[in-house]
Design a protein around this ligand. Structure first.
Ligand code: ADP
Length: 593
């Protein structure tokens, strides 16, 4: 497309053309009128000269005195600078101011003379072959009592007139040029003045288009432009306000989405991502900025999710599902989708919300396993008790030796049942208190608590000739619940005694370590294989079931320890080498959180 010309070039040349054309027409018609007027004045002058001669010529006509006439003509011609000719009605020239009349041809055919001989003034402009130049002729009749006796003709060369006219025309052209120059200048200024405010408005509109909506267009002078600029500025300010509102709403939405723990993904009907929040990006490990506009298959590779997306996009209502992510460890996400609609109800995509239900699922599994374990643990001693009671009733009572042995076994199992139930109750108590954060911590010295725990085990240790050494500063203090902490230390020292050989040593050391208090229970016992360490603190988890049972263990001791330490806001760790011994490390914060 041809590039459009600036407005200035639309206005200026048209102005110029109109002005120059009117100037030309005016000066042309002025010069034509001037020429006409000049000719008329010349004709009248020539006629007046001829009229002036009428009296004198008449005197020499009757009787005809050619010599006198010729002399008169020559004298008058010299005086007025006009050629004067006198022609008789026959057409013969009898006198001429410039030529000798005898040599001149008959003049009756000349139109001005022809007319004068008929009694009326005549005039003509033509080329004179006698003088070889263009001439203006005027002829008047010389009459006596109504009879035409001759014609007096006056003539001047036209080039004289033309010369004079030319000078005037030059003046007209000069003045015209000056006027044209002035007009060009004025129309330039006017065209500029019309175009400039429009140019300013254009620049302003361009600034608005680039987003600078607060730009102030310089105030124009004409009313129409003031109104136009006013309307434009109003439009820009409205737009600015709307953009601010949209920005604010977007920021609010962004803030809501960002602060959500649930992952949020919005998809259009073609499965392209139109919105994601940081939580979703973290769950599926992608960069939110780069994902927008791409399809969900490109961004997240998960067949379960793709099936869910398809279901969500084809279904009319909400949909629920569950997907599994296999990252460093398995994660389970609950998914919920709702259709996305425009205000007019048109479906434009779907919104999917993801919430991490891994912990929930794990807890459920643990609860189920726990219930199964409890039943199993209780069932074993109960079955044994029932079996031996039946045997006793079936006749074994009659044999006191056997009966005594069976009753001792029954007592054993009953004790075990009691121990399991006691541990379960302890666990339930500490778990509940831990959850409610109501275990009641007090700043207390640790040494009495730890030595109290060791004293409980002293008898057992002595039976196996095991020495228990305690290293603890009297002044060492921590925020503790003495009853529960003693229980935890009892459980750990009890295990150390149970799983250590005759004559070994158990060291219990407590001390300050930075912001924490550490209690270390170290034995020289059988140790625990590394593969068991991660699950050691689970309920009923045992490395060697039969040994634990033989030692009277319930498999709940370490679970109780873990819950007690957690309720204190602390941590429990284990380090062990098979055949060398184990070290359990309790870390408690010195200041309560
Ligand atoms: P239990 O009542 O069976 O001792 P715990 O929960 O106290 O149950 O301990 C779980 C298991 O951890 C035990 O069965 C045992 O196999 C192992 N264990 C705990 N403490 C020690 C230790 N000091 N040395 C070796 N093994 C240990």
């Amino acid at each position: 497309m041809k590039k459009p010309k600036p407005l200035f070039w639309h206005i200026y040349p048209s102005y110029l053309i109109v002005i120059l054309a009117s100037l030309m027409v005016v000066s042309l018609s002025a010069s034509v009128a001037m020429k006409g007027y000049y000719h008329e004045q010349m004709t009248l002058g020539l006629q007046a000269q001829a009229n002036l001669l009428q009296e004198s010529v008449l005197q020499h006509l009757s009787p005809l005195n050619e010599a006198a006439l010729d002399a008169l003509c020559k004298a008058a011609g010299r005086r007025v600078g006009t050629r004067i000719t006198i022609v008789l009605p026959t057409g013969r020239v009898v006198a001429d101011s410039q030529e000798s009349p005898g040599q001149m041809e008959t003049h009756s055919g000349r139109p001005e003379i022809h007319k004068a001989l008929f009694g009326e003034p005549g005039q003509s402009m033509r080329y004179s072959s006698t003088l070889s130049r263009s001439m203006m002729y005027v002829a008047v009749p010389v009459q006596e009592r109504g009879r035409t006796l001759a014609a007096i003709r006056t003539a001047i060369p036209l080039d004289e007139i033309d010369r004079k006219l030319g000078a005037i025309q030059k003046q007209i052209v000069g003045a015209g040029l000056v006027v044209a120059l002035m007009a060009a200048l004025v129309s330039y200024v006017v065209a500029r003045r019309i175009a400039r405010p429009i140019e300013e408005v254009r620049k302003g509109a361009e600034r608005f288009a680039t987003g600078d909506l607060t730009y102030a267009i310089p105030p124009p002078k004409s009313r129409e432009m003031v109104l136009l600029v006013g309307a434009l500025t109003q439009m820009a300010s409205d737009l600015n306000e709307r953009i601010h509102t949209v920005d604010r709403q977007r920021d609010e939405l962004e803030a809501v989405l960002t602060s959500m723990q649930e992952g949020v993904i919005a998809l259009n009907m073609d499965e392209h991502l139109i919105k994601v929040n940081q939580a979703a990006a973290d769950m599926f490990k992608f960069k939110p900025g780069a994902a927008i506009g791409r399809t969900i298959q490109e961004v997240i590779r998960n067949p379960q999710l793709h099936r869910f997306v398809q279901e969500a996009l084809t279904g009319e209502g909400d949909a629920e599902g569950e997907i599994h992510l296999y990252q460093e460890e398995e994660r389970i996400l609950g998914t919920h989708s709702s259709p996305l609609r425009e205000p007019n109800g048109r479906r434009i995509g779907t919104l999917i919300v993801f919430h991490d239900i891994t912990r929930l699922r794990r807890l459920e599994t643990m609860r189920r396993e726990f219930a199964a374990n409890v039943s199993h643990e209780i069932k074993t001693p109960l079955t044994a008790i029932k079996g031996f009671v039946e045997t006793l009733l079936g006749g074994a009572l009659e044999k006191p030796e056997e009966a005594r042995r069976f009753l001792m076994i029954i007592e054993n199992h009953a004790n075990r049942l009691a121990a399991i139930i006691e541990d379960l109750m302890k666990l339930a108590e500490i778990e509940q208190k831990g959850q409610n954060r109501s275990i009641g911590l007090r700043r207390e010295a640790l040494k009495p608590v730890i030595s109290g725990a060791i004293e409980v085990l002293r008898g057992h240790a002595d039976e196996k000739n095991i020495a228990i050494r305690l290293e603890c500063d009297e002044a060492l203090q921590a925020e503790i619940n003495a009853h529960f902490l003693e229980q935890a230390v009892v459980n750990l020292v009890e295990n150390a005694v149970k799983y250590s050989g005759q004559g070994s040593t158990i060291r219990v050391r407590a001390g300050q370590a930075g912001q924490e208090v550490e209690i270390r229970i170290e034995d020289e016992g059988i140790g625990i294989p590394g593969s068991h360490l991660p699950r050691l603190f689970e309920r009923f988890y045992r490395v060697d079931k039969s040994r634990s049972r033989k030692e009277g263990g319930t498999g709940l001791g370490l679970a109780i320890v873990k819950h007690i330490i957690q309720a204190h806001g602390g941590k429990i760790d284990v380090d062990s080498t098979v055949g060398r011994g184990s070290t359990f490390l309790i870390r408690l914060p010195t200041a309560s959180a």
